[in-house]
Design a protein around this ligand. Structure first.
Ligand code: C5P
Length: 299
């Protein structure tokens, strides 16, 4: 470290840190009601992909934020509205004097506004990474409350392991028995606005999610639903096409994640998923296909 950077508050724990921001996948999403503030009550079975964005954090003279990766360009113009910067500012407020200036780099590998929680995962990774960099300790509940201020999906992204989420997403229960799954994520690269999809809901009191704790998870997931999928298909007809392409390439089941437009196909093995992603990429080179293994609940 150069002498000029040798601020007394840069402790030995301040070398740079990195965090994975794993894609969030809604294996099931049932809309069960609506709160008086308009937010919807949901039952969700959620897992996280090996694939995602990557963030790094390093001490700096002044705050800085840089971007790289396939989808960096789609975020480049958003100034200070990025959720990563909002997460930084919110955590800084909470930890006070510990929060020295920081250089944050975001490698944006996930398509934006795509139903796999890229922005939420980035915000959660920023909270985790900056806690480490700043050497801060906050009670788990305080951090979860900060996360919820950033968005309904941010608390679950803090966990980044298989779980059931209820409420608007903040009531979280791990599902340790959910196995790792071989998947292809597929997106026609048309952004979907989450509020636009929710606004199209007419039935808000659908049956809750019932899932086994053990047994045939694929069959149980296949029997569940994403109540937002028919609505998102009205906005982006390509979702139907992408789902059919995944089925035709050997997926055991397919479904849309979140408010779309990303769909996932579950495959029998990672090699089957990788082969399908390569074939699909050949057929539609302008779309996004990513083979990925999800994290297992027991990990
Ligand atoms: O919390 P977040 O900013 O991710 O939510 C984006 C929008 O999605 C909300 O403004 C709301 O319109 C809708 N939403 C909802 N019910 C949820 C989560 C999100 O209606 N549980």
């Amino acid at each position: 470290m150069m002498p000029s950077e040798n601020h007394s508050h840069f402790s030995a724990s301040c070398s740079s840190v990195t965090e994975e921001a794993r894609a969030k996948i809604n294996l099931a999403l049932h809309v069960t009601g609506q709160r008086s503030d308009g937010y919807h009550l949901l039952d969700m079975l959620v897992t996280f992909a090996g694939h995602g964005d990557r963030l790094s954090f390093a001490p700096s003279q002044t705050d800085a934020f840089t971007l790289s990766g396939r989808f960096a360009v789609t975020l480049a113009g958003d100034g200070g509205t990025n959720l990563v910067l909002k997460a930084r500012d919110l955590l800084r407020e909470a930890v006070g004097a510990l929060a020295f200036p920081v250089r944050i780099h975001l490698e944006k590998n996930l398509p934006i506004a795509s139903g796999i929680g890229g922005g939420s995962a980035d915000a959660a990774a920023a909270l985790r990474g900056l806690m480490r960099l700043w050497g801060a300790t906050l009670p788990k509940e305080t951090l979860a409350a900060l996360a919820l201020k950033l968005g309904a999906d941010v608390p679950m992204c803090l966990e980044s392991r298989p779980l059931i989420a209820r409420g608007i997403g903040e009531k979280i229960e791990p599902t340790p028995d959910l196995p790792a799954l071989a998947m292809v994520l597929a997106n026609p690269l048309k952004g979907v606005s989450t509020p636009d999809v929710f606004r199209r809901l007419t039935t808000k009191n659908n049956p809750a999610l019932t899932l086994p704790r053990t047994g045939d998870w694929i069959a149980a997931i296949a029997a569940a639903r994403n109540d937002l999928e028919p609505l998102a298909r009205q906005l982006v007809p390509e979702i139907g096409e992408i789902s059919a392409l995944l089925q035709a390439s050997g997926a055991l089941m397919t479904r849309m994640s979140g408010s779309g437009a990303t769909c996932f196909g579950i495959f029998a093995s990672m090699s089957a998923a990788e082969e399908a992603a390569a074939t699909l990429h050949g057929e539609r080179p302008d779309w996004y296909f990513q083979a990925t293994g999800t994290v297992s609940g027991g990990a």
